[in-house]
Design a protein around this ligand. Structure first.
Ligand SMILES: Cc1cc2nc3c(=O)[nH]c(=O)nc-3n(C[C@H](O)[C@H](O)[C@H](O)COP(=O)(O)OP(=O)(O)OC[C@H]3O[C@@H](n4cnc5c(N)ncnc54)[C@H](O)[C@@H]3O)c2cc1C
Ligand code: FES
Length: 492
């Protein structure tokens, strides 16, 4: 199969360029260690440092290497359609509080970017959910009714401010968009100025618990001693009693960046028709860019990632006449049963270990509120979202997880960049030919909790359907919660 044109990396990461921070190179003692250098970790480390605590932020890969660097980057309280569902299931107070949590988070991010002059292309935008074929007009109207009840600024509209045909649309006014990687880079500078320690390419591995402190081990010879640790690792890298594994589902989406000969115009957009499409404008210097994505599915469901990118490419050509694809990438996020994130103690009564997870593909705005909540919990301050976002709250019953179909195949000759599943001694195994021609054989059992990883042909990675770990073709960890590489196997 022909490979795709363009770079296989998020447009945001390429445009912002790398940021250079050192690995952990000596033992460290801080009040709070924040693990994970996405928006959750960076905002939390910033607020803690601002509150006068000594803090270290520790990232396994590059900062923004996770979902934050691969989003559509809408800062929006409009999470597709959600408020009607919340009103029906949880009532007005919950739906309104959810909206408030997102609004406050977005405003906090805006105020931080202004205070520190972070050049992150922040612009206020109206957010739209649309239907092109009209089949979702009634759902949009029900959501508009929920907006009225909650007091959300927005409602139904028949026209949108770009050249794109819709049958009807629902607008939420005064939302925003930004460049997430540039924002994180600016935030890291602010954390450093506040005395925080910034540590990159250092993976949290384990913890030793003592009465009133923790010692964290890493994939370096050095340790971090701290009073609290915040796991802002998308999926928590500690999971007592498998609560998070049993409660959340990872969902993947695919994004592309296209060069355009004219600016996209205003607004951020998401479709309700299947397959769902999300898009917004951006710039690379003066060059107008269109970010288009969608094709969301359960992580590791064996669908072809190349097919997802091709479907998005065809949509972009048909709707916007754009053909020059500059970049394509995939990311995932965790989905909770009530569509509210899990922010708080990792388990009942634990005052040393906190989690930030379960953002349901819409974590950017609410991350501000989540970070403030974690900061207040650590500082022993009241916070009106403590119970609302607590991982220990009552949850609706979760539907049974689908069994992952397994298809046995014998290994065949592979082209460079291709991989294949096979079985050896009844163990699921994979072979991958890298771009130098070498073949790597790995056991496909995820080193986190043992699910079978699946091949992602677009990104050339082994992806875990259970909690979203990602390994490169040779088995090395790209994204946790797994900490160890896939086991190499000897097929000779
Ligand atoms: C395709 C896509 C589009 C999206 N679009 C939007 C959008 O437009 N608006 C919106 O609000 N949300 C959007 N989201 C969701 C949003 O991107 C996420 O909710 C958010 O980025 C989560 O941020 P985070 O900081 O919690 O996690 P991440 O950004 O994933 O950060 C976690 C970090 O932890 C690090 N890590 C993991 N394990 C370890 C370890 N053991 N030691 C050290 N570090 C570790 C990882 O390397 C990673 O950098 C989208 C999601 C996807 C998948
Ligand atoms: S990420 Fe948990 S089993 Fe793979």
């Amino acid at each position: 199969m022909s490979r795709l044109e363009g770079s296989q990396q998020s447009f945001w990461k390429t445009e912002a360029g790398p940021v250079h921070y050192a690995k952990l190179s000596k033992d460290l003692e801080v009040d709070t260690a924040v693990i994970g250098g996405g928006i959750s970790g960076a905002l939390t480390a910033y607020l803690l440092a601002k509150a006068g605590r000594s803090v270290a932020i520790v990232e396994a890969r590059d900062f923004s290497a996770g979902s934050t660097g691969g989003t559509t980057a809408k800062l929006s309280s409009q999470h597709q359609l959600i408020y009607h569902e919340m009103l029906q299931r949880d009532g007005l107070d919950v739906a309104r509080k959810f909206y408030d949590a997102n609004e406050e988070g977005r405003k906090l991010i805006e105020s931080i970017s202004k205070e520190h002059n972070i050049d992150c292309d922040f612009t206020e935008e109206d957010a739209y959910v649309f239907t092109q074929d009209g089949s979702h007009t009634e759902s949009l109207k029900a959501e508009a009714q929920a907006y009225d009840e909650i007091g959300i600024d927005g409602g139904m509209t028949n026209s949108i401010p770009i050249d794109f045909d819709v049958s009807s649309a629902l607008v939420m006014r005064k939302q925003a968009q930004f460049q997430p990687v540039k924002f994180i880079h600016g935030l890291l500078k602010a954390i450093e100025e506040l005395g925080g320690k910034i540590i990159q390419h250092t993976r949290y591995m384990d913890k030793e618990e003592h009465d009133d402190y923790l010692v964290l081990t890493t994939n370096t010879p050095y340790k971090i001693t701290c009073k609290q640790v915040v796991l802002a690792t998308l999926f928590p890298v500690e999971d007592p009693h498998s609560f998070y594994s049993n409660t959340m589902e990872p969902m993947s989406s695919h994004l592309t960046a296209f060069e355009s000969d004219q600016p996209f115009g205003t607004g951020v957009y998401i479709g309700q028709d299947e397959p769902r499409r999300t898009f917004r404008g951006a710039y690379d210097g003066d060059q107008p860019i269109l970010i288009v994505g969608g094709n969301t599915h359960r992580t590791g469901n064996k669908s072809s990632t190349i097919d997802h990118y091709e479907a998005i490419r065809q949509f972009t050509k048909a709707e916007f006449g754009l053909t020059k694809m500059l970049a394509y990438w995939s990311e995932h996020d965790m989905v909770t049963p009530d569509r509210r994130p899990f922010i708080g103690p990792i388990e009942e009564g634990n005052d040393k270990m906190f989690v930030m997870t379960g953002y349901n593909k819409w974590g950017l705005a609410v991350a501000g509120t989540a970070a403030q909540l974690i900061c207040d919990l650590i500082e022993g301050k009241e916070n009106s979202y403590a119970e609302f976002l607590s991982p220990q709250r009552d949850l609706p019953k979760k539907e049974e997880k689908e069994d992952q179909p397994s298809i046995l195949e014998q290994a065949k000759q592979l082209s460079k960049g291709e991989a294949k599943r096979f079985e050896i001694n009844e163990e699921a195994s994979g072979m991958y030919r890298d771009h130098t021609g070498d073949i790597h054989y790995v056991n496909l059992t995820c080193t986190h909790l043992g699910c079978e990883v699946k091949w992602n042909d677009g990104d050339e990675t082994w992806d875990c359907p259970c909690h979203g770990s990602i390994f490169d073709g040779t088995g090395k960890v790209i994204a946790g919660p797994a900490k160890d590489p896939l086991k190499q196997i000897d097929v000779s």
